[in-house]
Design a protein. Sequence first.
Length: 406
Amino acid sequence: MERVVMKFGGTSVANEERIEKAASLIIEEVQNGKQVAVVVSAMGKTTDNLLSLAGEIHPDATERELDMLLTTGEQVTASLLAMAITAKGAAAKSFTGWQAGIQTDSLHSNARIENVDGNKVNETLNAGGVAVITGFQGIDTEGEITTLGRGGSDTSAVAVAIAIEASSCDIYTDVEGVYTTDPRVIEEASKLTEISYDEMLELANLGAGVLHPRAIEFAKNHQMPLRVKPAHTAGQGTIIKEEIEMETNLIVRGVAFEEDIVRITIMYDTPYNGSLANVFTALAEEHVNVDIIVQTIMEGEQPSVSFSIKNEDFAKAMSVLEVNKEHLGYKRADFEVGLAKVSIVGSGMVSNPGVAANMFDALRIAGIPIKMVSTSEIKVSVVIPTTQMNEAVAALHKEFALEQIR
Ligand code: ADP
Ligand code: ASP
Ligand code: MG
């Protein structure tokens, strides 16, 4: 019998009415002759609310306690949805992460799934019931409850799909599918019929919040077809898979963006030996994620290195630099906050050398200053002022005629 995983995000289970709607969609699949495992997020803004509640009680609570708290959100949804399905006359049973055999490493708040033992879920499916599983959570080998990072229910869904050998993993959400950019920001964004794992992974890593990046990685590694579908309409959504039919002239397929970027610049008096490695080793030891790095060494000029990080790592990064100032041998460290990263993504870029130039030109015409640049085979990213982020996204969307993509 064909098996599928259906995952419902927070907005799609935000209230009783939407839980009922999700239950009906699930029962439809059962009536189509499929065995269905469901993965759910916490209702609406529950996770945010729990986090702010914790912040009021202890601003610096341990990640273990936060995981304990946040995982309750998904548990509420799973039980309510199982009840909604049974109320409609079908069989269903809810499972927490550990009950569903989702085993992770021990990194609280950002754990990785190491193994899924699908036995219990399979038992329910084989008995003709729907298994409703809490997303976002697992258990480590010590029996501690962990979470997978914000948006992590997508990853739970793919991991379960792989474990139970589902034919596909359908991610039901609050938009019609994957668009050329966030449709809530750019009205002209077009919905894509399909997109490759690699392009989707790049978009997600560069800020497109529609899918958790690790979900795409997992799906690609196991060749699990992923579908992003609307929970509120009958739309067909977007298929994410290995090979997609290339339309002609499709060089750029999407624009992603991300706020809260900080640029740090370290200046030296004299040319330095080996200290570039020292800087990034010191930052890495404190788990500061460095993104773009630009180094300038020119004769007669002060050597300097700039790098970008997320705002959340800013205080830690500055303190690492300060504590190690003598050992790192730099003269001065400067920073600039209020920055954003805007990226264009498309696998057609590899063979089209003019793309970056077109991007820079479009931004110049829009009067948007570029602070940093980074490129790979399938993307170009620029760091710009946050105040001009939406304008930049609109300009690039237009420059590459993304409103015409289907
Ligand atoms: P869920 O709660 O269902 O997991 P998310 O909020 O995590 O939903 O993801 C859906 C949101 O992702 C959309 O509401 C949309 O604003 C945002 N988004 C960002 N980039 C894109 C994109 N390229 N295509 C579609 N949605 C996007
Ligand atoms: N509820 C979690 C969050 O809000 C996980 C998820 O929705 O995927 O991040
Ligand atoms: Mg999500």
